[in-house]
Design a protein around this ligand. Structure first.
Ligand code: FAD
Length: 379
């Protein structure tokens, strides 16, 4: 494949002129060649609106006729690449790290129910992490249950690679859904009961300070011993966060010590097409790495399953169950991330499929767990 490894990505004049790109700290050269196509989604700014603008659409057309495979972004390997274990709990609730918000952008379109934001945080290389870990955030204010004490820590899955969206190891990105409370009787929003931390994050502005703990978590780390392994990722909503990190590591960054040659298969469940998260990045991988990436979406309010009901991720899993079971038998890793409520339906589907195949799901599940193929992080 035509990856221009080791070369700085060249950008078109209008993209280079985009202040948001410079804001990320991403290095650009002044060569206006179109040979190395820039990964536009690296900018944390205007992730959704940028792709729908006429200007952007024109740009894609003019560049894609020149080259079909985008260059990977070269990164200067961090020391983290040589570590045997991930960093863990470098900052604790009593002594959190004070980081700075770089940008907050709405990720979803106007017809999405609710709001999800992409938040880039500058930690100045002081809170390093591996893909699949989480940060803790301590929102400002007093803990209502313990007057005089700070708010409790809320965890957020990290949505970037260890290099961050700035590709220099100094930033972290989070994918946060604003928790809004609707009164069950009136159906009206009650702002006094809205989620504290998610609203603080989605309302924050560049330059605001934010208290971080962590990083934490080992269950969702991306196993890298075998660069040709299969990774089946099942996400609902913001559960896509760790998978965005995995996929950028696999397909966007040129990391000298990690060259992915396996299969990554993402199942993403959201309400409708306006609710899709990072769809442009994923669609880009699909075009450039068709042998290494698969991407299936379940849009519950737009698509119907085979029984005429709403299309959920478990319906997509069922559709591809033969392949999924074969891949698991061959040692594939399977990951689940998102709301807790996703798991019962998925487990039922997997159990039913196993039984139809004459297998015991309980035995299979304990085998998958024993082999460290089964990774679940739901909240
Ligand atoms: P809180 O203030 O903690 O409130 C919680 C809920 O209670 C809200 O829905 C709120 O509206 C409701 N509520 C408040 N007051 C009342 C009341 N009086 N009566 C009834 N209901 C009330 N979230 C993400 O968006 N993205 C992620 O990537 C992510 N990753 C996570 C990873 C892990 C490992 C875990 C454990 C959780 C993760 N979460 C993630 C969830 C996140 O930690 C928070 O739980 C979430 O953002 C809500 O926190 P909050 O402070 O906004 O809401």
């Amino acid at each position: 494949m035509a990856h221009a490894l080791g070369a700085l990505a060249s950008v078109s004049p209008s993209v280079a002129a985009d202040a948001s790109l410079r804001k990320t700290g991403f290095k650009i050269n002044n060569n206006l060649s179109y040979n190395n196509k820039l990964w536009i989604p690296l900018s944390p700014v205007n992730l959704k609106s940028r792709f729908s603008s006429t200007k952007y659409r024109c740009k894609v057309v003019s560049m894609s006729v020149q080259q079909t495979v985008r260059s990977k972004i070269p990164v200067q390997p961090l020391e983290l690449e040589n570590a045997k274990e991930p960093p863990l709990n470098l900052y604790k609730p009593k002594e959190p790290y004070t980081a700075t918000i770089v940008s907050v952008e709405r990720l979803v379109g106007p017809n999405a129910p609710g709001e999800t934001c992409h938040i880039v945080i500058d930690h100045g290389s002081n809170v390093p992490y591996w893909e699949g870990q989480s940060y803790g955030v301590i929102p400002p204010g007093e803990n209502p249950k313990k007057p005089g004490s700070p708010q409790n820590v809320r965890l957020y899955s990290i949505a970037s690679t260890r290099y961050g969206d700035s590709f220099d190891g100094k930033t972290t990105s989070l994918c946060v859904r604003r928790a809004v409370y609707y009164d069950a009787e009136t159906g009206k929003e009650d702002p006094s009961k809205n989620g504290v931390c998610s609203n603080f994050l989605c309302d924050s502005k560049p330059g605001d300070k934010i208290l971080l703990t962590g990083p934490s978590g080992k269950i969702m780390l991306l196993p890298e011993e075998d660069p040709n392994a299969t990774h089946i990722m099942i996400a609902t909503g913001t559960g896509v966060a760790p998978f965005r990190g995995y996929l950028r590591r696999m397909f966007m960054e040129a990391v000298p010590t990690y060259k992915f040659g396996g299969l990554a298969w993402l199942f993403l469940g959201v309400a409708n097409s306006d609710s899709l998260l990072y769809d442009d990045e994923f669609t880009g991988y699909l075009k450039d790495y068709p042998d290494n990436f698969r991407y299936d979406k379940a849009l519950s309010r737009e698509q119907k399953n085979k029984s005429g009901g709403k299309m959920y991720v478990q319906d997509k899993i069922e559709e591809y169950s033969d392949e999924i079971f074969k891949l698991l038998d061959g040692g594939a890793h399977i990951y689940f991330c998102g709301l807790k409520g996703m798991m019962p339906g998925i487990q039922e589907t997997l159990k039913r499929v196993a039984e139809e195949r004459g297998e015991s799901w309980d035995t299979k599940l304990s085998q998958l767990k024993k082999n460290k193929q089964w990774h679940v992080e739901v909240y």
